[in-house]
Design a binder for this molecule. Structure first.
Ligand code: PLP
Length: 425
């Protein structure tokens, strides 16, 4: 699957054995495949190139899915821009060589400082989500004597996503403004000398595996475009967001990019608008694995069998946060029958459970295993809970590999903190 294959009995990332990586830098560690990142970027680009409406569309990679500088650099090399939700992400995109004109600034709660930074940077557009934000943005832009392009994020009342916590387009979600409100805000923005409303955006959720909700959301933007134009406003950009799902286990044919491009093109037909897309997961998820080692297998007298790994919820949070499924595969598969395990990490939380009653091939203490489809919302959500050093990241590119974020030493971890002066005798 996607450049992570068993070769000579051992799982490789492209041309590099995962055993070799583990031997050199230890586990847990994220391992990314540059070839897979490039392939996903190209698959989407080629699908969009299939229609006149989508040919010149901006593909702005959602940086929150995987913000490693080397990953962003690979994607920048494919011509991708960046969808960002904080000043930190804008800075990462710039550091990776992504031009400001390809950076979209999204998010529910951008601070004045962040808005000012985005304006000074000259990002392509600021996606405004509410009346309160519009007012603050106008004030910030006035202070800078600027007039940034803005796009309104609409909540089209079409929620979708694999889990309630990754649905963003339902009426009660905090994201975007309702249709009627956007119509009013558009007029207010057009009357200001300090912002230039240029279009509309939506992003209805994540891990969407059927196209009908996206189609419905795009249709809302289409209708609003026509309505706004009828009122004399200029609308020349539509940002269709991200959200396309990926197979987390072997189930082919979900949300095909070619069909997705066709749906987008149809929604934009005859409108003569610039389009933008903000894919995160579909680009990065299958381009990464979390490499881990079995600490031991705990077989209890009551028959329960726990596979205790050296990775935990702090390294890969999705199962604890969203009940997400990640396929788990041995790096060097052994002979023998598969059997059920509860797969857990060492963190002191019951939530630190990756899978219950998962039927897996035989695994023993010391074996390496890989969490598949871990390249998106993996490392970016990692933390140091239980004082576990932040999980490192590795990029593989053909036969080459490099540590692209090192595991901090314990000294480095402690050096980030200080003991308050009055506590030192
Ligand atoms: C998270 C996010 C995305 C990317 O979502 P995916 O499901 O990873 O494609 C795109 N746009 C916005 C505004 C987001 O918040």
């Amino acid at each position: 699957m996607n450049h992570f294959e068993i070769r000579d009995g051992v799982m490789h990332a492209e041309g590099v054995s995962l055993e070799a990586i583990a031997a050199e830098i230890g586990t847990p560690a994220y391992v990314y495949s540059a070839a897979t990142l490039r392939r996903h970027a190209r698959v989407l680009r080629e699908a969009l190139d299939g229609h006149a409406e989508t040919t010149d569309a901006l593909i702005a990679f959602a940086v929150k899915a995987n913000s490693n500088l080397s990953v962003l650099k690979v994607l920048a090399g494919e011509g991708l821009g960046a969808d960002t939700v904080s000043e930190g992400e804008i800075r990462r995109a710039l550091a990776a060589g992504i031009a400001p004109e390809k950076i979209v600034f999204s998010g529910v709660g951008k601070t004045d400082t962040e808005l000012a930074f985005a304006i000074r940077t000259g990002v392509l557009e600021i996606n405004v989500e509410s009346a309160a934000e519009l007012d603050r943005l106008i004030a910030v832009a006035a202070g800078l004597g600027a007039r940034p392009d803005i796009v309104f994020r609409v909540n089209p009342r079409v929620g979708s996503g694999a889990h309630a916590k990754i649905t963003t387009g339902a009426p009660a979600d905090k994201f975007g403004a309702p249709v009627e409100e956007v119509m009013a805000l558009y007029a207010r923005a057009a009357a200001s000398n300090h912002v230039r409303p240029v279009g509309l955006a939506c992003h209805i959720g994540s891990q969407i595996t059927e196209l009908s909700p996206l189609k419905a959301a795009f249709a809302v933007l289409r209708r609003m475009t026509l309505d706004l134009r009828a009122q004399g406003f200029e609308v020349h950009r539509l940002d269709f967001g991200g959200g396309l799902g990926v197979p987390y286990f072997d189930r082919p044919g979900e949300a095909d990019p070619v069909d997705y491009a066709a749906v987008a093109a149809e929604a934009a037909r005859g409108l003569d608008v610039q389009l933008a897309f903000e894919p995160g997961r579909m680009i990065a998820a299958n381009a990464g694995v979390l490499l881990t080692r079995v600490i031991h297998v705990n077989e209890r007298p009551d028959g329960m069998r726990f596979l205790v790994l050296d990775s935990a919820m702090n390294d890969l949070m999705r199962p604890a946060l969203y009940d997400a499924f990640h396929d788990i595969r041995p790096v060097r598969p052994r002979e023998g029958a598969a059997g059920p395990y509860d797969v857990v990490g060492p963190v002191c939380e019951t939530g630190d459970t990756f899978a219950k009653d998962r039927v897996l091939p035989p695994l023993e203490a010391g074996d390496l295993a890989a969490f598949m489809t871990a390249g998106a919302y993996g490392a970016t959500m990692a933390n140091e809970y239980n004082s576990r050093p932040l999980v490192p990241e590795v990029l593989v590119d053909g036969d080459r590999w490099a540590v692209v974020r090192a595991r901090p030493s314990y000294d480095e971890m402690l050096a980030r903190e200080a003991v308050a002066g009055w506590l030192i005798p």
